[in-house]
Design a protein around this ligand. Structure first.
Ligand code: PRP
Length: 188
């Protein structure tokens, strides 16, 4: 449920690299090793939250040296203001049951925590064997809900980031680096 307050458009905006592709790849490989260490000889079921997590998930699964399966969910927020409503709606549910599985919810970014908090609540009701959270980026300063990632790539400060799956108005998801989107326009 990321928002960029006051952002008026992409004209006059500037991208500054925050995390380079190579550093992302290195960290993902470490995260995959942590996961493999935590579930030796077991299967893990990764659930990607569309759309932002798709790039991270696709790189992460290829580094995990375990039996891995995947599924996806999609959510959006209720009402006009994502931040103020704090309510999340499920737009796409899982294709299969997660009962008895080692589930890892995969996010590109933990921001307010509203999305993951909502998803964890409904996933727990489905009786997975374990439920963990993997996030490439974590912005703890923005947190509203008391949730933490079990596997976190990079903690970042409160700047609006795009690239590597993260968008602004559906743009920039294809950037290989995670970049800060800054505007040249004063007061935005
Ligand atoms: C982003 C991101 C997370 C969520 C994190 O999704 O991908 O799912 O916001 O924010 P939160 O911690 O404040 O809930 P977004 O709603 O922008 O959709 P997208 O994944 O399709 O870009």
């Amino acid at each position: 449920m990321r928002t960029q307050q006051g952002k008026k458009g992409s004209n006059g905006s500037e991208l500054k690299v925050l995390v380079r592709h190579r550093a992302i790849q290195r960290r993902i490989s470490q995260m995959a090793n942590e996961i493999a260490r935590d579930f030796p000889g077991e299967r893990v079921h990764l659930i990607g939250v569309l759309k932002g997590a798709c790039i991270f998930l696709s790189d992460l699964i290829r580094e995990i040296k375990l039996d891995v399966s995947i599924d996806f969910m999609a959510v959006s927020s209720y009402g006009k203001s994502k931040e103020s409503s704090g309510q999340v709606r499920l737009n796409k549910d899982l294709d299969t049951s997660i009962a008895g599985l080692n589930v890892i919810l995969v996010e590109d970014i933990l921001d307010t925590g509203l999305t993951v908090s909502y998803l964890c609540r409904i996933l727990r009701e489905r009786r997975p064997k374990t439920l963990r959270i993997a996030a490439l980026l974590d912005k703890p300063s923005r947190r509203i809900k008391n949730i933490q990632g079990d596997y976190v790539g990079f903690k970042i400060s409160n700047e609006f980031v795009v690239g590597y799956g993260l968008d602004y108005g559906e743009r920039y998801r294809n950037l290989k680096d995670v970049c800060v989107l800054k505007s040249h326009v004063e007061g935005i």
